[in-house]
Ligand binder design. Sequence first.
Ligand SMILES: Nc1ncnc2c1ncn2[C@@H]1O[C@H](COP(=O)(O)OP(=O)(O)O)[C@@H](O)[C@H]1O
Ligand SMILES: [Mg+2]
Length: 498
Amino acid sequence: MRLELRGLTKRFGALVANDHIDLVVEPGEIHCLLGENGAGKSTLMNMLYGLLQPDEGEILLNDKPWHCGSPRDSIAAGIGMVHQHFMLVPVFTVAENIMLGREPRTRSGLLDRAAARRRVEDLSRRYGLAVHADALVADLSVGEQQRVEILKALANDVEVLILDEPTAVLTPQEIDELIEVLRAIAAAGTSIIFISHKLKEVTRLADRITVIRRGAVIATVGPGTPEAELAELMVGRSVELVVAKSRARPRGPKLVVDGLSVVDTAGVAVVDDVSFQVEGGEIVGIAGVVGNGQSELINALLGLVVPVRGSVTVGGVELAGRSPRDHLGAGIGYVPEDRSHDGFIGTFSVAENLILDLAGRPEFSRHGVMSPNAVRHNASQRVEEFDIRARSVSDPVGELSGGNQQKVVLARELSRPLEVLIAGQPTRGLDVGSIEFVHNRIVRERDQGTAVLIVSAELDEIYALSDRILVMCGGRIVGVADPSTPRETLGLLMAGGY
Ligand SMILES: Nc1ncnc2c1ncn2[C@@H]1O[C@H](COP(=O)(O)OP(=O)(O)O)[C@@H](O)[C@H]1O
Ligand SMILES: [Mg+2]
């Protein structure tokens, strides 16, 4: 099916979220929509899927004007959408979710489970998307749930499949798998609209790329377009894709980890006799496939879990076995992996989140009563310094974009004197403009003499930031490398091939 959008416009009050957007998607084409957070990508797709009504413009299917009143109309016309936030029913099985609303019935009107399972297995085989039809959705990993969402859309015989930021929640391996699956779907004749703000995957996948900025189409280009050029189209200014940093000047060990072991509830060592040091003024990156003990290591370094053996010292002070508050008190700053879970309180304001751990300090409260003026003054300084885009410092952090939420966490952690900064996946889900900013701030922290430990599943990020790289696999440090080590060598170590 050929899909054309002409002059599609959507306003939210004074905000023009989509401004006369023109777009053509040819049959079987993989068309990527590239744009920063807030550019208007989801809004555009929601109009195509009948979740929003355009204020102006029209949609043409096979050159005929088409009115889309609701998702039901879109599905009937052969348009399917996999949303940014999955819409599965957790207590249903995979087959039940996929067949929801179109369950095959036996002659007596009962749900024909066997037929439903056959249909799901058939779809799963045709597109190479492995799922267990009888598994409960609640028991699946995020990557598996996404496969169910895709199958659910495919079960409707879609001709245009829309995926809104599908890789934001996936591991590098799952992203590779998804790209293969999408290629197979497109090869079978279905057009794909793939929304992303990540340059690498867009250039890998797309037949064509349309860049959207502030609600308008900036350009449609081919996949051979250099990443730097795409970044500039997307952000509207030239972006430093490589972190500008000088050679590290290490100033002696600040964080010393020795023989550290953590066991899980089953008694299995998830961190197994780990020893390393991070000096002030250097960035050490821990590379590894997700789930090899990195999260548990971080938790032990923060006092969130108690190690069964070993020692963690900051500036010579032993912290193992002490409380998280003692760890923070020793000068450890922390940018968590899952910021929405551990990094801030979404319903609290920007100003409140900026002092979460500091609220008891004399500059913010007296006799246990917070001083609103001091809190607001601190917030406006941080907002300025870290370029946090919020309408006001009293806005709840939950309403900011991902990039701005991360800046709130960074601003809070970096605004007190630190000995050690620990950051887990510091730029996961951020757009290029924000990544550049976060990376530069981390390097600046290093240059002020802080010992920085980065844990990231993105090798690009490990390479971009690290002065020294440790590889973690099966709970152990299996290798030490410098940043000139080839990717294949690191990849092999990460996969346990040492
Ligand atoms: N329902 C809504 N009401 C008001 N503003 C909205 C609504 N949905 C989106 N917006 C605003 O429209 C702009 C584009 O948002 P969106 O389409 O979600 O961007 P993207 O998907 O590219 O990140 C943003 O400024 C966003 O805050
Ligand atoms: Mg979006």
